[in-house]
Structure formats: C-alpha cells, structure tokens
Design a protein. Structure first.
Length: 92
C-alpha cells in the first residue's frame, strides 16, 4: 500500500496546481478484500520520475505473496487515477 499512496501523492497531488485528495477505500468482498486508491492527476503534466517502476513492483509483490491469487487493476479516466486491488483473505 505504501508505494501506491506515495505514487498518488508524488505523481498526482503534488504536481497539481490546486492540489488534491487521495482516497482510500477498503471493504470485505466475499473471500477477499477490495482496496481502491484514487487520486486526481493532470494528464498534460509529465511527472519527473513517472516510469511505472513502483506499480510494476507492487504487481510483482502481489503475485509473489498471493501466488497469483491477487489482482491489481489500473485505470486512468477523466483526470482520475485509480488502482484497485483484490486480495484473498481467510476467515478468522
């Protein structure tokens, strides 16, 4: 989660003239947990270090930790950047 929140601030909110809000929502979803992180971004602003390495690293970590049973979806639409994680979890 830390790299995703850091990316949202560094590449979304910080470069924006008016700033912005990073939202985080988590909910139990059947046999898993759904986590959504959303932030504004300015499509015409090129981020100084935006090479996608952080997102790739998170995807690789999820694959390793959850043996391919986790999912990470990324969506950029109308000035919003959204990362949705679907993680398996066991009942306690």
């Amino acid at each position: 989660m830390q790299p995703l929140i850091e990316n949202a601030i560094t590449h979304g909110v910080a470069p924006a003239i008016e700033g912005g809000v990073v939202s985080l929502h988590a909910e139990r979803n059947g046999a898993g947990v759904k986590i959504v992180i959303e932030n504004p971004f300015e499509p015409e602003t090129v981020s100084r270090n935006g090479t996608g390495v952080g997102l790739k690293n998170v995807k690789m970590r999820l694959a390793s930790l959850y043996s391919g049973n986790a999912r990470m979806d990324i969506n950029k639409n109308e000035g919003r950047f959204r990362v949705e994680l679907q993680l398996p979890c066991e009942h306690s």
